[in-house]
Design a protein around this ligand. Structure first.
Ligand SMILES: [Zn+2]
Length: 185
């Protein structure tokens, strides 16, 4: 969903703000249509390997966060389940294939997007052992490579994702003892 519409898509009347379910929502005074805004769903897969413990990231070549490293991910098609979309995006951006049955839910992120909307990113994780194909940067990726935990702090990452990447690495490496007693990164 992008920015809230100014006119009713059904009758063209100028929308007004109304309180509905405790939130201010746009409302058509003519046909009583209510604008419910929702985040756009996206999904991606973090591939982790254990020798050395590291996570596969792609360098973004399109907004948001162009030039930053992040997970291979993208928007779901309207009728596409999240695991299938995540697997498709992994293949398109990295050349790697994995069965949707071999990925596990790791985290979600709500990211501000263009046009004043939000994107809900569903993040899966899988082992490099479950993956096949030849690693190569594809669409929407300027580069692709594995990162160890110690490299993440000196790398430009998409904001708000570092803890997710660390968490992915921990699924094969166990918690990093550098972080013991510290605040979550
Ligand atoms: Zn209307």
């Amino acid at each position: 969903m992008t920015s809230a519409p100014a006119y009713c898509p059904h009758c063209g009347t100028v929308l007004v703000e109304r309180q509905r379910e405790g939130r201010s929502r746009r409302f058509c005074p003519e046909c009583e249509w209510v604008v419910y805004r929702n985040p756009d769903p996206a999904a991606g897969v973090l591939v982790v390997r254990d020798d050395p413990p590291s996570v596969l990231l792609v360098k973004r070549s399109s907004p948001p966060a162009t030039g930053a490293w992040s997970l291979p991910a993208g928007y779901l098609e309207w009728d596409e389940p999240a695991p299938q979309g995540a697997v498709r995006e992994l293949r398109e951006e990295t050349g790697l294939s994995v069965d949707a049955e071999d990925i596990s839910l790791l985290a979600t992120r709500l990211r501000p997007g263009a046009n004043g909307g939000y994107t809900l990113v569903v993040v899966y994780v899988t082992s490099a052992d479950a993956v096949s194909g030849t690693l190569a940067a594809g669409s929407d990726a300027a580069a692709v490579r594995y990162f160890e935990s110690t490299e993440l702090e000196s790398t430009t990452l998409e904001p708000d994702y570092r803890a997710v990447f660390e968490e992915a690495i921990e699924t094969v490496a166990g918690p990093d003892d550098q972080g013991a007693g510290g605040s979550p990164s």
